[in-house]
Design a protein around this ligand. Structure first.
Ligand code: BES
Ligand code: ZN
Length: 613
């Protein structure tokens, strides 16, 4: 279908076959409109001998339609027993049956319930292969002092360690009793301990209702350091001080976000710096952002990641996308807010530099990464696909520039209160794309025909690529980098370039825009002048190693192999393995992968394997 013309009324779901699934979560077997889970009590033991989580999940339900069945998501769970508890706390034996089964979606659990059933108790055990969980031996941790467990539930992996209604449309509160080996600390996306318990038992509470993809746990030799009365960081002892230094601006960021979008609703904002196997930069687990250690650059230059995960406390955790087709409502809004926080804390120059870099990458990605233009709509169609496929520049960056366009068109004096009102209005609820567009129409456009034409909402949301009214950020800092790129092109030796005062992002822009034609000598000159192969800055290193592979600069091979072997962040693995395959070094890629994969989480393994096969 062609994009709807500018200014035409927003298409309604019913008019368009593409919108058949609007608001329907095709990635969950659950039926929350019949029976909804409202609260989860977990009583579990973390077993590092067998690499399983075992115990009881007790689900309090709201049976809205007098249904005689509860439908849950599970994947690879062993269900040992089911008990039903009624309003008078009478417990009777229950049962379960497996319905549909699918490699991605897992097994549909069908549990017969009685009209007066209030709580369903499920004794279960996860599989050692549970895709959300990564069980690390001490050798994969910083201090090598004990084993480590970390989880990654988004998008549809919570069901591999907890039987639940694994859909972002369903919210529940939760509490957990967790037993771990003595000497280890357990933390969750909930109220957390700050000290190791004597007996290895911990209790958690999450009194605000959350969707299942925000269920999270980490267990290891951890310590806590406070950063401000309501923020702090967990890490292994040898990492803690560096982490606390890097994250020192967190409180300023929380305060900046609150000024824009209202009170922080989750009490504490803590972070945990995980072992390098964590597959993402960050994950917005409520009260406890999960972080890669590769963001510890030593100069606080990569803290936009914190602004991003913190922003999810509004966009995502407070107001949640209804389905993974609406993923841009989480990530596009979050990327927009991330930029607003960065601007407030570090100034426009810094923010605009980030925006220019982002738009450059977005344009490149739109030009080459998508086979089907449908994939470049903000509103996705992920039926039959892994929702992870939606994690690309469209949801994040096209989403961000869409909101920035609306902001620039109506002005901040109108847009800021609008967005704040949106978070207030939909707080602790889930929203689909059509609902957001309707809210925007009613509350911002309010019948203004001219404005409707200027915004081109349909083109952005239900159309491909970047519409013409996309904002164009400007960065004078990057113009200076342009000048040095020109000098380089005209023969100036790398060591003679004027790079005084350059930060990480100057270098990233520089490396991304190097001329195509680079001799080995030139590459060696760049490497020597800026110590690129040796840099401890993971973003710069990744960018440089990509250049090195592309130009067959073999002097960087050792650094490449070391980098791919010491961390498992998908964002760094994919371009580098991809570059090796592209230049015909698939055999090298496979060899490195085979020895490094033990340090990669299943999310990263699946992506890299997809590329190598
Ligand atoms: N929520 C995402 C991570 C995610 C998305 C995990 C989809 C699984 C499925 C997180 O907030 C995120 O966006 N992380 C980015 C941060 C970056 C854009 C600043 C990352 O890890 O790269
Ligand atoms: Zn995000």
């Amino acid at each position: 279908m062609a994009a709807a013309g500018c200014g035409s009324p927003t298409p309604e779901p019913a008019d368009h076959p593409e919108f058949e699934n609007m608001g329907i979560d095709v990635h969950s077997y659950s039926r929350p409109e019949e029976v909804a889970v409202r609260h989860l009590d977990l009583d579990i033991k973390v077993d590092f001998e067998r690499n399983v989580i075992a115990g009881t999940a007790s689900l309090q339900i709201d049976n809205k339609t007098q249904s005689d069945q509860l439908h849950l998501d599970s994947r690879g769970l062993t269900i040992q027993a089911v008990r039903l508890e009624d309003a008078d706390n009478q417990v009777s034996q229950g049962s379960h049956e497996v319905g549909r089964d699918d490699p991605q979606l897992g097994q549909e659990l069908i549990l017969p319930i009685e009209p007066d059933t209030r709580t369903v108790h499920i004794d279960y055990e996860s599989s050692p292969e549970a895709a959300a969980l990564m069980w690390l031996g001490p050798e994969l941790t910083a201090d090598k002092a004990g084993p480590f467990l970390l989880s990654q539930s988004q998008a549809i992996l919570a069901r591999t360690w907890v039987p639940c209604q694994d859909s972002p449309k369903v919210r529940m509160t939760y509490a957990a009793q967790v037993e771990v080996p003595q000497g280890l600390m357990a933390v969750m996306s909930a109220s957390n301990p700050q000290q190791v318990s004597e007996d290895g038992r911990y209790s958690f509470e999450m009194p605000q209702p959350i969707p299942s993809y925000l269920l999270a746990i980490a267990v290891g030799k951890l310590e806590f350091q406070s950063l401000s009365p309501r923020t702090g960081v967990y890490a292994e002892p040898s990492v803690l001080e560096r982490a606390a230094w890097e994250l020192a601006d967190t409180e300023k960021m929380v305060a900046a976000a609150e000024k824009l979008y209202g009170p922080y609703q989750w009490e504490r904002y803590d972070m945990i710096v995980l072992p390098p196997s964590f597959p993402f930069g960050g994950m917005e687990n409520p009260r406890l952002t999960f972080l890669t250690p590769t963001m510890l650059a030593g100069d606080r230059s990569l803290v936009a990641l914190i602004a991003h995960e913190l922003a999810h406390s509004w966009s995502g955790n407070l107001v949640t996308d209804s389905t993974w087709n609406d993923f841009w409502l989480n990530e596009g809004f979050t990327t927009y807010i991330e930029h607003r926080i960065m601007e407030k804390v570090y100034g426009d120059e810094v923010e605009e530099m980030l925006a220019v870099l982002e738009l450059e990458a977005l344009r490149e990605s739109l030009a080459s990464d998508f086979e089907d233009a449908r994939e470049t709509w903000l509103y996705l169609d992920l039926q039959g696909r892994n929702p992870d496929d939606g994690m690309n520049s469209v949801a994040y960056d096209k989403g961000h520039f869409f909101l920035r366009m609306v902001e620039e068109t109506v002005g901040r004096e109108r847009f800021d209160p609008f967005l704040r009102g949106y978070f207030d209005h939909f707080a602790f609820q889930s929203v689909d794309t059509a609902q957001f567009v309707a809210y925007l129409r009613d509350n911002l456009m309010a019948g203004d025909e001219q404005l409707a034409q200027d915004l081109r909402i349909d083109e952005w949301v239900y159309g491909p690529g970047l519409p013409e009214n996309c904002p164009e950020p400007q960065s004078t800092a990057l113009q200076q980098v342009e000048a040095q790129l020109q000098a380089l092109n005209q023969g100036t030796a790398p060591a003679d370039l004027d790079t005084e005062g350059w930060t990480t992002h100057h270098y990233l822009y520089f490396l991304r825009n190097l001329p195509q034609d680079l001799s080995e000598e030139r590459l060696a000159g760049l490497d020597a002048a800026f110590s690129l192969s040796e840099t401890g800055n993971s973003e710069i290193l990744c960018q440089w190693l990509g250049v090195a592979v592309e130009h067959d600069y073999r002097a960087a091979d050792q650094a490449l192999e070391a980098f791919l072997s010491r961390q498992g962040r998908r964002k760094f693995l994919m371009p580098l393995y991809g570059a090796l395959v592209d230049v015909g070094r698939g055999d090298d890629a496979r060899r490195i992968y085979d020895s490094a994969k033990f340090g990669y989480h299943s999310v990263s393994r699946n992506s890299v394997e997809g590329l190598l096969n």
